[in-house]
Write a protein that binds this ligand. Structure first.
Ligand code: KG4
Length: 339
């Protein structure tokens, strides 16, 4: 029998709904919120309001694109956290109301685990490759930078994480200082492609173990620009591509150093990438070159499944559904959590 699962993701500024049938994705609809661009970052209250406007049309389209009707749905999944509380409440309340009205089981999903689970989204059964357990996942997004040891679909252990800013935040905040619009990560990536990555050097953190820190780099970048702008008010304009390339190299070097260390110390050589920053071309190249040097088998998800999306919530929910792991109508969202 076909098991259709409807999944909802609303943890930050993307409203998304997806339909999964057994272990295959049928639809994945994402509404991006443009309203934040003018503010240089996500404004929580505006995000909640936009989710309220988007949620019904997005769910409607996901069901339509899947070629099913509302009567076919057998379970409803939602992102319970972590994320922005106002945003999470929209998806959580919608999922609960849907489940209550249709008398369906509810499945709560951890957003960070779902980013890792994006590697198990099946589109085409004939060309499907999944990482074997245990594997190490570098999870890098706007809100998180973690090294995760993935033991199974539902047993994941954070072995390293940022003690301050996330890698995506470092991209976005440094981009803002250069006058680039939000989110700055993709623009830095684009400009870096035509810049000299060795033109400028920025400070590197000294942190024990597999943990990260990006706030020192951000400050060093800020002071570097401030000093040079005193001598040349056009310094940023004159050196934009080189600044982007050098900054991107610094962020990637920091990420790669700890990833290589984690792999060497644990002996795990199956490496996966997840989260919005995994779209970065420099990071993808760095992982591929480390792969031949370190004898890694590397897994990088399709771009659409690296940023926030409901398909990753649906695939996580599918494995919980198989175990009968449901939650009650009293499940409350959480803004912060560990695995
Ligand atoms: O996972 P994600 O969609 O959601 C949040 O964590 O909110 O990640 C978004 C982050 C942003 O910081 C964005 O600048 C970054 O991913 N990002 C990139 C690239 N594409 C997205 N950073 C560097 N290079 C990219 N190509």
């Amino acid at each position: 029998m076909n098991t259709y699962i409807l999944a909802i993701e609303s943890s930050c500024d993307d409203t998304s709904a997806a339909v999964f049938c057994n272990d295959v994705i049928l639809s994945n609809v994402v509404a991006n919120q443009k309203v934040h661009e003018a503010y240089g970052g996500v404004v929580p209250e505006l995000a909640s309001r936009a989710h309220q406007q988007n949620i019904v049309p997005v769910v409607h389209k996901a069901i339509h694109d899947a070629g099913i009707t509302i009567d076919d749905i057998r379970a409803v999944a939602f992102t319970r956290g972590p994320g922005l509380m106002g945003s999470l409440l929209v998806g959580t309340s919608f999922a609960k109301a849907f489940a209550l009205a249709r008398n369906l089981p509810l499945i709560d999903v951890n957003h960070l685990q779902a980013h890792v689970m994006a590697h198990f989204i099946k589109e085409d059964a004939d060309h499907f490759r999944v990482p074997a357990f245990p594997f190490i996942c570098l999870l890098v997004s706007g809100g998180n930078s973690q090294i995760v040891m993935v033991h199974s679909h539902d047993h994941m252990e954070v072995i390293g994480q940022t003690i301050d800013d996330a890698a995506g935040e470092a991209f976005d905040k440094c981009a803002k200082v250069m006058g680039l619009p939000y989110p700055g990560g993709p623009l830095i990536d684009k400009l870096a492609a035509v810049g000299n990555a060795d033109a400028f050097k920025f400070s590197k953190p000294r942190i024990d173990g597999f943990d990260y820190s990006f706030s020192g780099l951000k400050t060093s970048f800020l002071y570097f620009l401030r000093d040079h702008l005193k001598e040349n008010p056009n310094f940023i304009e004159d050196n934009k591509a080189d600044l982007c390339a050098s900054l991107q190299k610094s962020i990637i070097d920091i990420l790669m150093e700890k990833l290589v260390l984690a792999s060497r110390q644990t002996g795990v050589r199956t490496i996966a990438l997840a989260g919005g920053v995994s779209a970065n071309s420099g990071l993808r190249n760095a992982i591929q070159s480390a792969a031949s040097r370190e004898k890694w088998e590397v897994f990088i998800p399709k771009f659409a499944y690296t940023t926030d999306n409901a398909a990753m919530i649906a695939v996580s929910a599918y494995f919980k559904y198989l175990k009968g792991d449901f939650c009650g109508q009293d499940a409350a969202p959480f803004a912060r959590t560990e695995f």
